[in-house]
Design a protein around this ligand. Structure first.
Ligand SMILES: Nc1ncnc2c1ncn2[C@@H]1O[C@H](COP(=O)(O)OP(=O)(O)O)[C@@H](O)[C@H]1O
Ligand SMILES: [Mg+2]
Length: 236
């Protein structure tokens, strides 16, 4: 078996006296889809932001593609193929859809832009319009498209289903599974645990900054107690 694309060992993230992540370890196999699930405040975004170089860890080690990247800044990680789709989409509402995609492709030739337009025809049709004119689901597709044009080998997604109607959530999860089927490794963090575990191979349950359970996603799904004990309100 080849090395995992991502290994996180004993990660801690603190904001002053708030210890948001406490000794978290997990791996993403090459080509795998791994999910970290947990309620609001469990530490999901802190982990994603530490892995993507947006937040500096206070301890632990992060290895991406065989290299120690614990202190590597975000822009270098993006160039290396580690690309985040942030919580709340973070698209630039007054810029056009096309401009948002160009921003994602700042370090590449933008060769995959056509592929993104093929995958999401609505983005192609409205490419000259402000991104803020898109619906919530379409904005999530744009955020994912912006990550795809950056040519990721590992895509991190932070609660892509947040605030979306169930039918749109289905579409977003279909896109994520397609991306993985295309060979991109995926780390997905979600409050929508059931949906995320259905898509993933392997899952980790987070509570108060710690991993409390982990295992094959289907085993976690079959364990009714986990959702009840750790995941709070389920939308699905
Ligand atoms: N910038 C910050 N400053 C202080 N506390 C923060 C900051 N970001 C997150 N936290 C705290 O860290 C904990 C984990 O937050 P977060 O990683 O955003 O969790 P999640 O994404 O699972 O909702 C929470 O208690 C949150 O209030
Ligand atoms: Mg979060």
């Amino acid at each position: 078996m080849s090395d995992p694309i991502l290994t996180v060992e004993d990660l801690t993230v603190s904001y002053g006296r708030v210890h948001a992540v406490r000794g978290v370890s997990f791996t993403v196999p090459r080509g795998g889809l791994v999910t970290l699930v947990g309620a609001n405040g469990a530490g999901k975004s802190s982990i994603i932001n530490a892995v993507s170089g947006v937040v500096r860890p206070s301890g632990g080690r992060i290895t991406f593609d065989g290299r120690d990247v614990t202190r590597t800044p975000a822009h270098k990680l993006v160039s290396a193929g580690l690309v985040q789709v942030p919580e709340g989409r973070q698209i630039l509402a007054t810029m056009t859809i096309e401009e948002n995609l160009q921003l994602g492709a700042w370090h590449t030739s933008g060769a995959r832009t056509g592929e993104v337009y093929d995958r999401f025809p609505v983005l192609a049709e409205r490419r000259k319009l402000p991104a803020g004119s898109l619906s919530g689901g379409e904005q999530q597709m744009l955020a994912i498209g912006r990550a795809l044009v950056a040519e990721p080998t590992l895509m991190l997604l932070d609660e892509p289903s947040m605030g979306l109607a169930p039918k749109v959530v289905d579409e977003v999860f279909k896109v994520i599974e397609d991306i993985r089927a295309g060979g991109t490794s995926v780390l997905l963090v979600e409050q929508n645990a059931r949906r995320a575990l259905r898509a993933a191979d392997h899952g980790y349950v987070l509570s108060s900054g710690e991993v409390v359970r982990s295992g094959p996603a289907d085993e976690l799904l079959a364990d009714e107690g986990i959702v009840a004990a750790y995941l709070g309100l389920e939308r699905d």
